[in-house]
Design a protein around this ligand. Structure first.
Ligand SMILES: Nc1ncnc2c1ncn2[C@@H]1O[C@H](COP(=O)(O)OP(=O)(O)OP(=O)(O)O)[C@@H](O)[C@H]1O
Ligand SMILES: [Mg+2]
Length: 207
């Protein structure tokens, strides 16, 4: 995949990755949503679902056999050992699917791909991308926005933010910072600028 420029899009919970991804898509970018890959792999009968059923058994499934995502999510949140077991099963599957999609895109003549990966840094995916774009907001905005979006209490929102590497630490690894402390209109202009830069990098890389 030497010719395809891979951008990792990340940030903190609620910092605006999905919002940036949809602006990029409107602009014609090829954007892969790593969360969506996980969801697809964990649908009943799919490889992720089979692996989780083997590892954890019926306690994580409903009577009709669907994965109880929230229940497993809570166990992951409370127990780092469970998180590791799930990650060890699911990450290789996600990586495989991701690389299939990248290869297809490159085969179709694509030069640049953006991959929206929430825990890019935490999970060591940064080695898989050529550059990293980090969506930045203040911690206060992060909290307010996820409270509004997910109907969370202040405490729950704080806990979710605290479970991730601080956004400020991710900034030190960023090739580009997308500032989302302003309005949607400002975000669009920020995204436009990094998108044009990204195209330049892809162009330069391809010679
Ligand atoms: N500039 C902005 N002004 C106001 N609200 C915003 C802005 N950008 C994003 N939001 C809102 O903040 C919330 C979080 O944004 P978004 O879902 O894009 O974040 P995310 O990084 O994808 O979150 P997650 O880590 O949970 O996937 C959403 O409800 C979104 O509509
Ligand atoms: Mg998102």
């Amino acid at each position: 995949m030497a010719g395809l420029w891979r951008v990792g899009l990340t940030g903190g919970i609620g910092s605006g990755k999905s919002s940036v991804a949809s602006i990029l898509r409107e602009r014609g970018a090829f954007v892969i949503d790593a969360d969506a890959i996980v969801h697809q792999l964990e649908a009943r009968g799919r490889p992720g679902w089979r692996a989780l059923r083997e590892e954890f058994g019926w306690p994580v499934l409903t009577t009709s056999g669907d994965l109880m995502r929230r229940k497993l999510g809570r166990r992951i949140f409370l127990d780092p050992g469970v998180r590791r077991r799930v990650d060890d099963l699911i990450h290789p599957l996600v990586r495989g699917q991701l690389y299939d999609m990248l290869e297809q895109w490159e085969g179709a003549g694509g030069r640049l791909a953006v991959i929206d990966i929430p825990l890019l840094v935490e999970n060591g995916w940064d080695v898989e991308v050529n550059e990293m774009w980090v969506v930045y907001v203040t911690r206060e905005q992060q909290r307010r926005r996820i409270m509004a979006r997910d109907g969370l209490s202040r405490d729950d929102a704080e806990r979710r933010i605290a479970a991730q590497l601080p956004l400020a630490a991710k900034l030190t690894r960023a090739h580009r910072v997308i500032n989302n402390t302003g309005s949607y209109g400002q975000l669009k202009r920020e995204v436009e600028a990094v998108w044009l830069d990204g195209l330049d990098s892809a162009q330069a890389d391809g010679g």
